[in-house]
Design a binder for this molecule. Structure first.
Ligand SMILES: NC(=O)c1ccc[n+]([C@@H]2O[C@H](COP(=O)([O-])OP(=O)(O)OC[C@H]3O[C@@H](n4cnc5c(N)ncnc54)[C@H](O)[C@@H]3O)[C@@H](O)[C@H]2O)c1
Length: 321
C-alpha cells in the first residue's frame, strides 16, 4: 500500500513514533517536501497511485478526487475539513476521517493568547520598546468583561475555561449549543445578535461553510460594541477582511487577532499596516502535545479504514463551500 503524508508537522524527523506505527503497516510512504499545504495541481500527480492519504491543509478538490483512482481513504490531520470536497469524496466512495478535539487545548490557548495580546497591546509594545520608544500605551483588563464565543465546540470550551479563570462573563452562540454544559459552567446561552451587541471580546470557533462564510461582515461589525476585540483562530473566510480593515481604521473595532486568513499565506494584507492587529501563521494546533496527538489519531484512523475496521471519526456532513 502506498500512502501520501502532507502535514508539515508529520514529516521525517517530526513525530517519529506515529510514523513508526505507519511504517509497520506499510513502508511505501511519500512525503510533502514543500513545507506548506499542496495545491490541486501538486496533489494530482502525487496521489495518482496512492491507496491512502494523510491530509494537511491541502486543497482536496473535486478534480483531485476524481483523478486518483486507487485512493481508498483520506485521513485529515486536524478537526476542520473545509478544504476537502466531502460530497465528491462520498460519491467516489472515499471515506474521509478527521481528528476532532485532540488539538483543542492548543488552539484554545492560542486564541486566549491573542485576546491577551490585543487587550494589553503586547506585540505593539514589544516592537516599540525594542526600537527605543517608551510608549506605555493604555490597555484593557479582562476581569468582568463580556466574552462572546461563537461556536462552543471543543476549542470554544477551552477558551471559555480560560476566560472563567480571568473572571470574565462568558456568553456563547452555537446553533447546536450544549445547554447542560452551559448551565454547569455558567456560560450564558446567546443569540448571534445578542452576542454581537454585548461582547467586549468575540472569539470565533466555528466551521467555515456556505452559511458561515463572511458571517462577520460589515453589517455585523457595525453592530459590535465600539472598540470591541475580535479574534479568529477558526477559518479565514468567516471574517470579511476588507470590512474588518475599515472597521479597525474607523475605530468600530478595537483590535483584531487572526490565526486564519482568507488567503493563506496572506499577501500584501492591508491589515498588517495596523498596530491593533495581531497575527499568527495558522499555527493554533502547533504545540508538541497537539501535533503528537493529531499524528497518532490521523495514523490510527487511516490504518483502521484501510484495514476494514470501523473508524469512529468518519466525516459525514459536508463542510465544503
Ligand atoms: N487555527 C488552527 O490551527 C485550528 C486548529 C484546529 C481547528 N481549527 C478550527 O477551529 C474551529 C473549531 O474547531 P473545534 O475543534 O472546536 O470544532 P468543533 O466541531 O468541536 O466545534 C465547532 C462548533 O461550531 C458550532 N457551529 C457550527 N455552525 C455554527 C454557526 N453557524 N454558528 C456558530 N457555531 C456553529 C458547532 O455546533 C460546534 O459546536 C474549526 O473551524 C476548526 O477548523 C483551527
Amino acid at each position: 500500500m502506498k500512502i501520501l503524508i502532507t502535514p508539515t508537522s508529520l514529516q521525517p524527523g517530526k513525530n517519529p513514533e506515529a510514523l513508526d506505527v505507519l511504517r509497520k503497516f506499510t513502508d511505501n510512504l511519500v512525503f510533502n517536501t514543500t513545507g506548506r499545504p499542496l495545491t490541486e495541481d501538486e496533489l494530482i500527480p502525487l496521489l495518482d497511485d496512492c491507496d491512502g492519504y494523510i491530509a494537511g491543509l491541502d486543497f482536496v478538490t473535486e478534480k483531485v478526487l476524481r483523478s486518483c483512482k486507487r485512493l481508498k481513504a483520506i485521513s485529515r490531520y486536524g478537526a476542520g475539513y473545509d478544504r476537502v470536497d466531502i460530497d465528491t469524496a462520498k460519491s467516489c466512495g472515499i471515506p474521509v476521517s478527521n481528528t476532532p478535539g485532540v488539538n483543542a487545548e492548543a488552539v484554545g490557548e492560542l486564541a486566549f493568547s491573542l485576546i491577551l495580546s490585543l487587550a494589553r497591546k503586547i506585540p505593539y509594545l514589544d516592537h516599540s520598546t525594542r526600537i527605543g520608544e517608551w510608549n506605555r500605551s493604555t490597555g484593557m483588563e479582562l476581569k468582568g468583561k463580556n466574552l462572546g464565543i461563537m461556536g462552543l465546540g471543543a476549542v470554544g470550551k477551552v477558551v471559555a475555561r480560560c476566560a472563567k479563570g480571568f473572571e470574565m462573563d462568558v456568553a456563547a452562540y452555537d446553533p447546536y449549543i450544549d445547554t447542560s454544559y452551559c448551565a454547569a459552567h455558567h456560560i450564558r446561552v446567546s443569540t448571534f445578535d445578542e452576542l454581537i451587541k454585548h461582547a467586549d471580546v468575540i472569539s470565533l470557533h466555528l466551521p467555515l461553510n456556505a452559511s458561515t462564510r463572511h458571517m462577520i461582515d460589515q453589517k455585523a461589525l457595525c453592530r459590535m460594541k465600539p472598540g470591541a476585540l475580535l479574534v479568529n483562530t477558526s477559518r479565514g473566510g468567516i471574517i470579511d477582511e476588507t470590512a474588518a480593515y475599515e472597521a479597525l481604521k474607523n475605530g468600530t473595532l478595537g483590535g483584531l487577532g487572526l490565526d486564519a486568513f482568507e488567503t493563506e499565506p496572506p499577501k500584501d494584507s492591508l491589515l498588517f499596516q495596523l498596530d491593533n492587529v495581531v497575527v499568527t501563521p495558522h499555527t493554533g494546533a502547533h504545540t508538541f502535545e497537539a501535533t503528537r496527538n493529531m499524528a497518532h489519531a490521523a495514523v490510527q484512523n487511516l490504518i483502521d479504514i484501510l484495514s476494514g475496521r470501523e473508524c469512529p471519526y468518519i466525516v459525514n456532513q459536508s463542510d465544503t463551500l
